[in-house]
Ligand binder design. Structure first.
Ligand SMILES: Nc1nc2c(ncn2[C@@H]2O[C@H](COP(=O)(O)OP(=O)(O)OP(=O)(O)O)[C@@H](O)[C@H]2O)c(=O)[nH]1
Ligand SMILES: [Mg+2]
Length: 198
């Protein structure tokens, strides 16, 4: 797949399919601060398209980005597990994510981002279990690969796969700051978005 352009379209607090085109959606999910919005900027090759922050809890709405003038949408989701959020805020974000994932009939795939430096959290495992249970295709993308040496990555990626009861081949790693790893993600998306998958 070739990405020629990515444009921000709209933000929503609750999912309204009538506000966007009826084309496939690929959502980007993961813990707060894991690098979802940065990944979207890397994907778009456009810094500043999705708002990022070193402070967790930056993305607070569902943000829709149109790829290649309407081939599909990338959906930047609020992060889960933001420790400093109030219980009310956590519940609101969890409901927003759940409402979206459960109701978008054109959702083709979820990229579950995890930090390559850390073992997955209980919330990450919950997300994977949720996607399994709801039969939503997904794959895991380990972020911030630039923070680890090749040797460390070679240890950490199998550990992450293991924590999710997946194979090592089910995980790819990216660095949005060093701009590495996108090709492998795009190759998987090609498969996920191919008409045979419908
Ligand atoms: N070194 C490095 N830092 C990264 C990378 N990706 C993101 N970051 C940093 O991680 C922090 C969080 O990035 P965001 O993209 O805002 O994370 P997010 O998952 O969208 O966070 P929320 O919207 O709060 O859920 C920022 O300080 C980014 O600069 C990466 O590949 N390498
Ligand atoms: Mg974000």
């Amino acid at each position: 797949m070739k990405i020629s352009r990515v444009d921000f379209v709209t933000s929503m607090a609750s999912f309204d399919p009538s506000a966007i085109k009826p084309v496939p959606r690929v959502a980007v999910a993961g813990r707060s601060n894991v690098g979802k919005s940065s990944f979207i900027n890397y994907f778009a090759n456009r810094g500043g398209l999705a708002k990022t922050s070193s402070t967790p809890g930056k993305t607070k709405l569902l943000n829709f980005f149109e790829v290649n003038g309407g081939e599909f949408y990338l959906v930047d989701l609020p992060g889960y597990g933001f420790a400093k959020a109030s219980d009310a805020e956590k519940a609101k974000w969890a409901a927003m994510i759940d409402n979206y994932l459960a109701s978008d009939e054109l959702l083709k795939c979820v990229l579950v981002l995890v930090d390559s430096r850390h073992d997955p959290t209980a919330l990450d495992r919950q997300m994977i279990a949720y996607l399994h249970h709801n039969r939503i295709p997904f794959f895991v993308v380990a972020t911030k690969a630039d923070k680890l040496s090749r040797a460390q990555l070679n240890r950490q990626l199998p550990a992450i796969a293991n924590a999710f009861a997946m194979g090592r081949a089910d995980i790819t790693s990216v660095s949005s700051s060093a701009k590495t790893g996108l090709e492998a993600v795009l190759a998987r998306l090609d498969v996920m978005l191919s008409p045979q998958q419908e």
